[in-house]
Design a protein around this ligand. Sequence first.
Ligand code: KG4
Ligand code: ZN
Length: 348
Amino acid sequence: MKILAIETSCDETAICILECAGKMPQPQFKVLGNALVSQIHIHKEYGGVYPMLAKREHIKNLPIVLKAALKEAGESAENPNIDMIAVTAGPGLEPALWTGIEFAKGLGEKWGKPVVPINHMEGHLWSVLFNNDKPIEFPAIALLVSGGHTELVHVEGFDKFNIIGRTRDDAVGEAFDKVARLLDLPYPGGPKISAMAEIARKRESIMDFRFPRPMLNTDNYDFSYSGLKTSVLYTTRKLDKLDEDTKAEIAREFEEAAIEPLIEKTTRAIDEFGARTLIVGGGVSANAYLREKLSTLSLERGVDLRLPSPELTTDNAVMIAIAAYVRHLTHGLTPSEDIRARGNLPLS
Ligand code: KG4
Ligand code: ZN
């Protein structure tokens, strides 16, 4: 089965054509064509993503990205050999989501192909299936960490998962982005903070910053990141100067404070639910320090750690096509004429 997937939930315009084969528990995937245009350089100026600006850019980029993906796949733009069109319907920025949905509907009509709505977080969840050399064993715990979400999910099977914990305010990726702004570092903050923290970790500590580990010991699986960001804000305000060494020290302590609750609560969830697999997805799963801690945790608890390959950590269309195929195998897909953008679409 060939799926053409479209992703426009935030600041990446992405389209791929994915060949999907095999059955659960081990589907196989091959990318036939894949194109992505990032708007990061545009949003950088503002230190974050502006929905109306994102919308304008998606509208401009979608035809260009489609052309590139079809060309790579050797398919015609008039009548491509695909079975369905999958499009992200939420969660995300509604004006941005609508651009992908309207574009998908137009193509569906033109080509006479069914269009199916896909949940963006299901994409992050199943992005680990791309390199699927052995079947996933359930139950699993999934840690989904991105710019918009911080969720712990109890995954009983490919068709049965539910959220057991989430952030009560900011997402962890959002905290990286906001702290980066406080330190005068470019958007998106994650990669830059991670690189500076790595530098600070390699040398002897020259300053002693200490930030709170929010909700570390609460008796639930929830998270909170706005207090941590505020704590960094107060610290930076008190400083006379913010030189590179100081920034690196703050980045290190912030990164450790942000990641400790993720590891602590994931460990507890693995123990409580007897998980055999730990799935991780979303932009923050690219973080090297988080990956190191997750790998130690998986060895200690004897769980199989599944991480997406680096290019599938941040938003992309391949994960949307994978999620569509998983839904096709587990539930059967129902094409819809009436797809709507849902900014807060829950994972269920
Ligand atoms: O999944 P994603 O591309 O978009 C959303 O669905 O939100 O995630 C983007 C987020 C941004 O907040 C970015 O700062 C963060 O992922 N991120 C990282 C790293 N790379 C990207 N955070 C920490 N460390 C990284 N290496
Ligand atoms: Zn995402």
